[in-house]
Design a protein around this ligand. Structure first.
Ligand code: ADP
Ligand code: ZN
Length: 471
């Protein structure tokens, strides 16, 4: 008697029940149909193709873009007693031949392969000679130029469906808005595939944003408020990760840095130490976290703003996978927006992709500058309608106070005009406050003698009513 999907879940993974949608997706795929699966990171996408793979005759081919991710998934499968291997450029010729032999002997249930490998000479023909039960396209947003992580090799994947019209295909992603989703399906040649979308809401994650001043001090206090709790700090540059980690170490915090410029062995050591809770804080570039299955990460801080909402959501999604309350904090400065814009402008991307990236950056900025419930913004980005504020973001907990600032704005504009648009913001503030700053006094002393109002000019309302420069 073949095992039921519930028995497979119990026997190989040790879980008692499916999460919402998992069972429906598995049934649909077993029924031989194409599917698209949208679930947030940590939602449990892998089971949606791994369980059918175990229940079907033949081999499931998993297309996966990242070597690290592939490696981790295959290790986890093997640890659960599931025969799986991967093929990518990191293997020696000998290792590859051994795996190819296993495939031909029908010993494997899952084979992970990078798209680069798939399209190297001869591989596709070899695949065509195999008994394939299912294609799983992991991180399938890489197929679309609308996605945030487009990879040109992914665009050739339509050949799979052409070569195997009767083999079901399942595309998975954590990150696709409506346009991207449609594009993925048409690029893969499965426009009619049924789309399964699980809720992206992670109510256990608190959301907050702070201005990017005194970041180190704030982080130290934050960590002091989260004693012995594991957390990740994402930085933009490798250098940043090192300086931030060092500053935290000096403050007595068990922190390590992690980035792609480090030797592989060192990276593995840092990652293991974090997983074992020997290191409390990892300060990392986005290279960290892919495929890491640590369920008790209690907080994620973004030292700089990510370039799009998809990445941001994926990164904060590494906190609280166990469903326990966890915190997220984003530091936001307009400087980061400018930096990102500059990175896009100077990149080698084609013009239309630069436009997409800029639009995505704007959405990220909207989140950071939001004055309404931040979770609503996030969920609406993933096309989820929300009718209530979440109560677990900084805006909900501390709604912005509103007041009529017309007069202040008029004063500021007037000051700008009267100083011939020549002074920097700090000085302007001093002027508006009527400060006795020496430079102001020196610069405008001629005017004071001419007209003693200068020091007060921008601070008294009565004069403003009469002020010709106001608007
Ligand atoms: P994703 O690929 O969507 O990011 P994974 O497939 O890696 O997520 O699953 C995230 C975690 O949830 C893993 O530890 C996985 O074992 C666990 N998980 C998945 N499905 C279930 C389930 N039905 N019950 C309990 N845990 C599950
Ligand atoms: Zn909220």
């Amino acid at each position: 008697m073949p095992l039921t999907k519930e028995q497979v879940l119990k026997q190989y993974y040790g879980y008692d029940k499916f999460r919402p949608l998992q069972a429906d997706i598995i049934d649909w795929v077993l029924y031989g149909q194409d599917a698209m699966v949208l679930m947030p990171t940590g939602g449990g996408k892998s089971l949606c193709f791994q369980i059918p793979a175990l229940m079907m005759q033949g081999l499931t081919l998993v297309i996966s873009p990242l070597i690290a991710l592939m490696h981790d998934q295959v290790q986890a499968l093997k640890a659960n007693g599931i025969p799986a291997e991967y093929l990518n450029s990191s293997l020696s010729g000998q290792q590859q031949s051994a795996i190819e032999r296993q495939v031909r002997a029908g010993e494997l249930k899952l084979l992970y392969i990078s798209p680069e490998k798939l399209f190297t000479q001869g591989y596709l023909d070899w695949i065509k000679s195999l008994n394939i039960s299912l294609f799983a396209i992991d991180e399938s947003h890489c197929v679309s130029t609308w996605g945030h992580d487009f990879r040109p090799e992914y665009t050739q994947l339509h050949v799979l469906k052409e070569a195997f019209p009767n083999v079901p295909m399942i595309a998975l992603t954590a990150t696709a808005d409506r346009v991207t989703r449609k594009d993925i399906l048409s690029q893969l040649g499965i426009p009619e595939a049924r789309t399964f979308i699980s809720s992206f809401d992670r109510p256990n994650l608190s959301l907050s944003v702070l201005p990017g001043r005194n970041r180190i001090k704030i982080i130290q206090n934050f960590i002091a408020d989260h004693p012995r709790q594991s957390g990740i700090i994402y930085c933009l540059s490798r250098k940043n990760t090192e300086t931030v980690a060092e500053a935290l170490q000096k403050a007595g915090i068990k922190a390590s840095y992690y980035h792609a410029g480090m030797p592989a062995a060192e990276r593995a050591r840092v990652q293991d130490a974090f997983i074992r809770d020997d290191v409390q804080v990892i300060v990392a570039t986005i290279a960290f976290g892919m495929g890491i299955d640590k369920s008790n990460v209690r907080w994620v801080i973004h030292y700089s703003m990510p370039s799009n909402v998809e990445s941001f959501y994926q990164e904060i999604g590494r906190a609280g996978r166990d469903g326990v309350k966890s915190d997220t904090l984003l530091f936001y400065t307009y400087q980061d927006v400018l930096l990102r814009k500059d990175m896009i402008a100077t990149s080698e991307l084609p013009e239309e992709m630069k436009e997409v990236q800029n639009a995505k950056l704007d959405r990220m900025k909207q989140y950071a500058e939001a004055e309404i419930c931040r979770r609503r913004i996030l969920l609406s980005y993933f096309n989820e309608e929300v009718t209530k504020d979440c109560g677990n973001c900084d805006v909900c907990k501390n709604p912005p106070m509103r007041f009529d600032a017309t007069l202040y704005a008029q004063k500021a504009l007037s000051a700008i005009a009267r100083t011939n648009e020549k002074v920097a913001m700090g000085m302007l503030i001093d002027i508006l406050r009527g400060s006795n700053n020496k430079r102001i006094i020196d610069l405008w002393s001629w005017q004071r003698t001419q007209n003693r109002r200068m020091g007060r000019l921008f601070t008294t309302n009565a004069q403003f009513g009469r002020d010709g420069y106001c608007l």
